[in-house]
Design a protein around this ligand. Structure first.
Ligand code: GDP
Length: 546
């Protein structure tokens, strides 16, 4: 196979370009920044814990258990988070593994599915897709994969729960290929399932990894080399014939792994295992080191920014409010795109056209927040601020740049805000505008009436906004359902068309926080009819910040 780390050279300059500072280049090559995408219950949390275990970032017991019990309740762990005001520990986890620095970004993906989930995916260089082998491809998997596709993010697939009675592996691969339109290249192949799950055959290493149940084991699985090894006949008399047939078939019928296709997002290497038994997890981590790309060059509008160039740059991809009503500070999650962060450095806030001192940036080690001392491209730092930083904002050491690709998605849920106390109307408007600018929720102003409409991808966003309006703006608002099915950003071929459209459709039009025109469709049918009538007008279901 061409399973080598040849992609590492892609961040290097060509021989003629300016040489990058070797210390930065060296550190960048060791970075792997990724997220896990999955449908709820496929095993993301479990896999996260096992990955951290390999990184030595968490104790064997303890953390694992407390995280588990914290999932749906306000357990002690959540209380601690609340008192600290923020739950950053699960947002970004940095750990060391085999001389690499790995950043795992959590994609909130359960009840609290929101725009954050999407935006986090703009800050990673690769993703691990977890599939429940009994269920196959599920709704949220499809959504998240489509977001990854916007940036051709390389995907490593982990088919989980082989210790259960699940679906046939060939069938699962076919489903992934058909539903997600991504080619599968199996790297490991399961032997049996459920009670008769024996392990996986590693097609690249040509060895069998024997399955051993057990949660908190960190040792490597026992290996038997070679498909013709008589040890297989001895230890697996019932399974060995089928195994040899399957391996033969999969080798001749499936796509061989291609690093280029993987890096282009066209093909995904597939691993089988059982997260809860910590089986197959180490192989994924190895794939992440060997194949997933280190931080790449990023489009900053006027030019591409190389990850190892000396000037410090990056962008905000997520804002987390401090829920402590006494403090109005927020944490901006900032992805470094180039240069090196040093404590107290001065940077330029490009949009606001002002200087900022990064005196108190945080890094995120699993389970504790520590002051950040050093960060390069691929790393995430948390920057305390009082609302100056918005999603999509770029910071540089002076140059005017604007990193692209942080999307706004057409909301799926709409509400109107109504006040319990009408006297607070000004405060409400101010609060909604600011929260809209920050990216907590999408705010639209109706062109005809001036009424403010809120749009969200997940219902939890409304609750968060209601709570923040109360604590930060002292406004008690009720959200009522709005008669809107979906929103589309509009583009016009010329001014005249825009004016005509506006004359006819003004009551269905609004502006977003950046002044872009939006069409608010009452029903799917309404949207279709309007589109048909105005064929020359563009209706877009996402747009970029800025
Ligand atoms: P998440 O919702 O994607 O974060 O999924 P979790 O990691 O919380 O897992 C959902 C459920 O599946 C939990 O009850 C896990 O214990 C269970 N689970 C996770 N991995 C495995 C596995 O490999 N085998 C089995 N049998 N159960 C698993």
């Amino acid at each position: 196979s061409d399973a080598s780390n040849s992609n590492a050279s892609s961040t290097c300059s060509s021989p003629t370009a300016t040489p990058f500072p070797p210390d930065i280049l060296n550190d960048v090559q060791k970075r792997r920044t990724f997220a896990i995408i999955s449908h709820p219950d496929a095993g993301k949390t479990t896999l996260t814990e096992k990955l951290l275990l390999f990184g030595g970032a968490i104790q064997l017991a303890g953390t694992v258990k407390s995280r588990k019990s914290a999932r749906h309740a306000t357990s002690d762990w959540m209380e601690v988070e609340k008192q600290r005001g923020i739950s950053v520990t699960s947002s970004v986890m940095q750990f060391e593994y085999k001389n690499h620095t790995i950043n795992l970004l959590d994609t909130p993906g359960h009840e609290d599915f929101s725009e954050d989930t999407y935006r986090v995916l703009t800050a990673v260089d690769a993703a691990i897709m977890v599939i429940d082998a009994a269920k196959g491809v599920e709704a949220q998997t499809i959504k998240l994969l489509n977001v990854c596709r916007m940036r051709n993010t390389p995907i490593i697939t982990f088919i989980n729960k082989l210790d259960r009675e699940v679906r046939e592996p060939f069938e699962l691969l076919e489903e992934i290929e058909n539903v997600l339109s991504i080619e599968c290249a199996p790297v490991t192949w399961p032997i049996g399932m459920g009670k008769t799950f024996r392990g996986v055959y590693h097609l690249h290493d040509d060895s069998l990894l024997r399955f051993m149940p057990g949660e908190e084991r960190r040792t490597t699985a026992e290996k038997i080399d070679g498909i013709d090894n008589p040890l297989l006949d001895r230890d697996f008399p019932l399974e060995v014939t089928r195994l040899r047939e399957d391996v033969d078939l999969i080798r001749s019928a499936s796509n061989p792994f291609s690093l280029d296709d993987f890096l282009a997002g066209r093909q995904t290497p597939v691993f089988f295992g059982s997260g809860i038994n910590n089986f197959g997890v180490q192989e994924i981590l190895q794939a992440l080191l060997d194949w997933a790309p280190p931080p790449q060059a990023r489009d900053a509008g006027s030019r591409m920014v190389q990850p190892a160039e000396a000037p410090f740059t990056g962008f905000v991809f997520k804002i987390q409010a401090n829920m402590d009503p006494k403090h109005r500070d927020r944490i901006a999650f900032f992805r470094v795109c180039s240069g090196r962060y040093t404590a107290s450095m001065k940077v330029r806030h490009v949009r606001a056209e002002r200087e900022m001192k990064l005196s108190n940036a945080l890094t995120f080690m699993a389970n504790e927040r520590v002051l950040m001392e050093d960060a390069v491209a691929g790393d995430i730092i948390g920057i305390y601020n009082h609302g100056q930083l918005h999603i999509g904002d770029t910071l540089t050491e002076g140059e005017t740049l604007a990193f692209k690709g942080i999307p706004y998605f057409s909301p799926e849920l709409f509400r109107m805000a109504r006040l319990r106390d009408p006297i607070k109307n000004k405060q409400l408007q101010k609060g909604l505008r600011e929260l809209g600018e920050e990216g907590a929720i999408q705010v639209f102003e109706n062109l005809a009436t001036g009424a403010l409409l809120l749009g969200a991808v997940g219902v939890l966003q409304f609750e968060v906004v209601a709570q923040r309006l109360q604590t930060e703006y002292k406004v008690d608002a009720i959200f009522e359902p709005a008669d809107i099915h979906t929103a589309r950003w509009l583009t016009f071929p010329d001014e005249a068309t825009r004016r005509n459209f506006e004359r006819e459709q003004q009551h269905r039009m609004a502006t977003d926080v950046d002044g872009n025109l939006v069409y608010l469709a009452s029903t799917r049918y309404n949207l279709d009819v309007t589109r048909e009538k105005w064929a020359q007008v563009g209706f877009h279901d996402s747009r970029e910040h800025g």
